[in-house]
Design a protein around this ligand. Structure first.
Ligand code: FES
Length: 95
């Protein structure tokens, strides 16, 4: 599964499962402050390179987020090369 998103910087493609606990990011994932944010525990990633912005901060109960964050080693989302031509988006699945 690939998540395709548009930010102010362009169109990007990443793996569609959160690296924290594999929540499908298309179920409520949002772009906020230029980052893709998982709705479950609020981990966020930079769309351009998939790197982590925040890992399981879970602002509602930060102590709980911190505990959950330790269950899995932080890791980045895989990214795919994406280009937009005449309104169509192409994703290089080999990248
Ligand atoms: S599953 Fe996405 S932050 Fe926990």
């Amino acid at each position: 599964m690939v998540a395709v998103m548009r930010t102010e910087e362009g169109v990007f493609g990443t793996n569609a499962l959160c690296r924290h606990m594999a929540w499908p990011l298309h179920w409520g994932g949002k772009i906020k402050d230029g980052c893709l944010r998982c709705p479950l525990h609020q981990s966020s990633y930079h769309p351009a390179d998939g790197s982590i912005n925040e890992w399981s901060p879970f602002p509602l109960f930060p102590w709980y987020g911190k505990m959950l964050g330790k269950l899995r080693k932080p890791s980045s989302l895989k990214t795919y090369d994406v280009r937009e031509i005449d309104g169509y988006v192409e994703i290089d699945m080999k990248s």
